[in-house]
Design a protein around this ligand. Structure first.
Ligand code: NA7
Length: 862
């Protein structure tokens, strides 16, 4: 009930759905559930609708997404009947928008206010939840939805002596409804996140003295707030539906073309110009997306971060204060950046002081002030702007007990285990709106809220239509999604920063990336695909039967997925449909567009004699370190048909730099012009020549190994066998990356991974057909796995990729070598494809495997 109505409108104690929370998620749920004909109750701890906008009433509280985008799309009339007074609306205006929607759609009667959910318990026998409130109600329901927001539980101020203070104590997230007058008062503000940054300038307008206690400076950009600009309104007015639809398919939920420019690929002048243009827009997504690589490449990020620091230095007059306000310990965007109005300028006021808690930590809060460093200062009021137990706090603050007495708090002890951020195993019929594992706080919340509410309601309708009354994710699907989220975090710059995204702001909270980094668009696709594939990864049961289509929705590495997706959209012709010459041209052209790989000390081109005496080109990559160096003779990939001594250059450079070894990358004769055994014999001839000339090339005699990728891995493996059988050269090791080892057998991976992962089964067949007759394929020079014995081969590192058609023959070679007593290191690259580990500067998730390969090389020569 609404406080001013005084009548209990809702009292049913057995409903289809209970919803906790009447913020924007809860309100949209009212709309959808009512429309779908479900019975439901909404329980809200606050005295009115609005959620975060009901509680966060501190001075200056505003949203940081342009308000025209931070609105519902489900009621088109709202766009016409509601006019926002500013680009970034204030909390009271956003709250009145929520109230307007609730009144217009007659939602109030469905909501029970001032009622906090205390616990929720699943009963397997009735297949229902019992939800208990702090006001003593017990409501049974088929489905329980937590729509409790991501930043709704303020974190405990973990500061000694907080209980001693006798003056005014204010927490930004629980601000008094009547407001606070700071006129003439001495105020301490602790915390410089969004809440601190938004409120400090306004507090400083009233107070006689303001002291800001800063633990970590934040990146903040001016909002340039004011009336909504015409260019913001125009696309909405021109074609509202198209605009709203496009928002759903962007990374952040606000239409904005993604940048295609690398910060490293432009001149300093161009970079500055692009930065200034982004700066002027005063929008988080603009400044976060000026350059395509600023969120993944530290060097690119540093360039942007420095330009922001220059802005701070140009604003704050006292250079010491300016430096303290400059964030330097983490990359821009890895903590939530802020939008401000006059924040940095406020420090130019004589009555505003900044205290750096890193050098002057708070020792204790006393009854009338704060003791920090070696001083004590008296205050009338303390404002805690210390943030929230984000994303999981509100969910686990309710005692939720699922099947077999499992509590969600216990299950999530080491991080939130969930599927799509929507559900969690052992908690049937329990849904979260914008939970951890979904884009939520990294996106325009309105877009994400609507998508989640739609997904949940559509699922409930689907279940009802099909006689199903219980839904739960499978263990496989949940583990897969959690792994996918972690893999995204692994390739982002965010994982090393102590942010609330990582749970790092709350002492004792597990350090896990909480939101999903794949974007609103990527996430929506995954959710849609789950449904299209028969609710993949969910088990649903009921009188209508049991449906369970188990599986993992995203199993390749996230960056591999993005590359595969881009390639499938390009609709490239299969290479095997080309002539060998055409295939070579095609591969050279795509190779020319790659990032070049890191700088090495020196590159030297030359020729050496092949097996038939004709010259073979090579390129030598020398590390920048002082020589002589150990030497790796390297053979390129390309199915014996395409490629050259320079075609794998980015990876060779990368391995050269990482391992400190010199690489001699050798061309060998190609098929079909020179068929089997030309490549194999050229490989061995090149190895012998390099070994014979090792000193003059700058290598260390006796320190030689072979390496190769794909068909080059085959050439390297054969060269190692020939070296063993022909008394030399004595090798220190062999590194085989996704090698071809056996052309005689159809291993399962050849069909399992035979399509959709760049190297296809039919392309592999084409390579073999060009290279060797069937009868020759069992010869160990073509299929090294077929050698009579593998004993006596040097220490070997085999790298296999999970989604490679050649995976199983690589595995078989590693196993056979091990059985023959060879020292084997087997790197199994989960989520990778045949080509991904070599894609330096494109597939970031390949980096850790190349690092392990380099470590192996160093081990060969140790
Ligand atoms: P934030 O962004 O979590 O900011 C909290 C601030 O409080 C931040 O500067 C913290 O420093 C600081 N803090 C937290 N605990 C302490 C202690 N114990 N001592 C000193 N300083 C402390 O929360 P906000 O409410 O400002 O913003 C939350 C989101 O709401 C915002 O991102 C928008 O999305 C809307 P730290 O950085 O942890 O060192």
């Amino acid at each position: 009930m609404r406080p001013d109505q005084g009548v209990v409108m809702t009292s049913a104690n057995d409903v289809d759905v209970v919803v906790a929370g009447a913020g924007f998620s809860g309100l949209y749920l009212v709309h959808r559930l009512r429309e779908a004909g479900f019975s439901f109750r909404v329980l809200e701890s606050g005295g009115d609708v609005g959620g975060t906008w009901y509680w966060n009433r501190y001075p200056g509280a505003r949203c940081d997404i342009p308000t025209t985008d931070y609105t519902y799309s489900w009621d088109p009339e709202l766009d016409r009947e509601w006019t926002w007074s500013e680009k970034y609306a204030t909390q009271p205006e956003i709250l009145s928008y929520a109230q307007h929607v609730a009144k217009k759609h007659d939602m109030y009667p469905h909501i029970t206010f001032n009622t906090r959910v205390k616990d929720a318990q699943w009963d397997d026998s009735t297949r229902k939840w019992t939800v208990r409130t702090e006001t003593g109600e017990a409501i049974t329901c088929r489905h329980y939805v937590m729509a409790t927001g991501c930043l709704s539980v303020p974190k405990d101020p973990d500061i000694p002596g907080t209980e001693n203070f006798a003056g005014g104590v204010y927490v930004t997230g629980r601000w008094p409804h009547e407001g606070v007058d700071f006129t003439g008062r001495r105020v301490a503000v602790i915390g410089t996140g969004s809440s601190g940054i938004q409120s400090i300038p306004l507090i400083a307008e009233q107070a006689s003295q303001v002291t800001v206690f800063q633990r970590t400076p934040n990146f903040s950009v001016p909002a340039f707030n004011g009336p909504v600009s015409e260019d913001r309104k125009a696309p909405l007015l021109a074609d509202r539906d198209a605009y709203r639809e496009s928002a759903k398919w962007t990374r952040g939920g606000v239409p904005l073309p993604p940048s295609e420019v690398s910060a490293l690929a432009v001149t300093p002048e161009q970079r500055r110009e692009m930065f200034e243009a982004g700066w002027k827009r005063g929008e988080l997504f603009s400044i976060l997306g000026i350059f395509m690589d600023q969120s993944t490449n530290r060097e690119a990020n540093d360039l942007v971060s420095e330009m922001i620091r220059e802005k701070i230095r140009a604003t704050v007059k006292d250079p010491v204060t300016a430096e303290l306000l400059c964030p330097k310990t983490y990359p821009f965007g890895t903590k939530r950046p802020c939008l401000d109005t006059n924040y940095f300028d406020t420090y130019n006021k004589p009555h505003v002081r900044l205290v750096d808690l890193n050098t002057s930590p708070i020792r204790t809060i006393t009854s009338d002030g704060v003791t920090f460093g070696d001083e004590t200062v008296q205050f009338d009021d303390i404002v805690y702007a210390t943030g929230f137990d984000a994303m999981t706090g509100a969910i686990v603050s309710v005692d939720i007990t699922g099947r077999n007495g499992t509590t969600l708090k216990k299950k999530w002890e080491h991080g939130p285990l969930q599927y799509l951020g929507l559900m969690s195993t052992e908690f049937p019929n329990f849904f979260m709106i914008t939970g951890p594992g979904s884009p939520s706080v990294l996106s325009n919340m309105m877009v994400s809220i609507e998508q989640h509410v739609d997904w949940v309601t559509d699922t409930l309708v689907h279940m009802r239509d099909n006689g199903l009354d219980m839904i739960e994710p499978t263990d496989t699907a949940e583990a897969g999604w959690v792994r996918h989220g972690a893999e995204f975090a692994d390739i982002s710059l965010m994982k090393d920063t102590n942010s609330w995204y990582m749970g790092a702001n709350v002492p004792g909270k597990p350090r896990v990336m909480l939101p999903y980094l794949g974007g609103v668009d990527g996430y929506r696709r995954a959710c849609n695909e789950v449904v299209e594939r028969g609710y993949l990864g969910f088990s649903m049961t009921g009188p209508g039967g049991k449906v369970c289509n188990d599986g993992v929705i995203r199993s390749v590495q996230p960056d591999v997925f993005i590359v595969l997706d881009m390639m499938s959209q390009m609709g490239l012709p299969p290479m095997e449909s080309m002539t060998p010459e055409g295939a070579r041209e095609f591969s050279n052209a795509s190779g020319a567009m790659r990032p070049p790989g890191p700088e090495v000390g020196e590159m030297v081109d030359g020729t050496l004699p092949g097996a038939d005496g004709s010259p073979l080109e090579y390129r030598l990559y020398r590390p920048a370190t002082k020589g002589p160096h150990p030497v790796v003779v390297y053979f390129h990939g390309g199915g014996w048909v395409i490629g050259s001594h320079v075609s794998d250059e980015p990876m060779v450079r990368d391995l050269c730099v990482r391992s400190g070894a010199m690489f001699v990358s050798v061309n060998y004769r190609h098929a079909p012009e020179a068929r089997f055994p030309a490549a194999a014999e050229d490989g061995y001839a090149a190895l012998t020549w390099v070994n014979d000339h090792i000193t003059e090339l700058g290598g260390i005699p006796g320190k030689i190994a072979v390496a190769g990728w794909s068909a080059g891995g085959n050439v390297a493996a054969v060269a190692a066998q020939l070296a063993r059988d022909n008394n030399g050269p004595a090798l220190c090791g062999q590194l085989l990356l996704t090698p071809v080892t056996d052309g005689t057998k159809e291993y399962p991976s050849l069909s399992l991974n035979g399509e959709g992962y760049i190297l296809t089964k039919s392309l592999m067949d084409w390579f073999w057909d060009n290279y060797a007759d069937r009868k020759d394929r069992s010869h160990p020079k073509a299929s090294p796995l077929k050698a009579a014995s593998l004993a006596g081969l040097p220490p070997t590192t085999v790298v296999t990729a999970q989604f490679d058609p050649l995976r199983d023959e690589g595995n078989a070679y590693a196993e056979a070598l091990r059985e023959a007593g060879v020292k084997v290191t087997h790197i199994q690259a989960g989520g990778h494809i045949h080509t991904s580990i070599s894609m330096v500067g494109v597939i970031l998730s390949g980096e850790k495997h190349r690092e392990k390969m380099a470590e192996s090389i160093r081990g060969f020569f140790a």
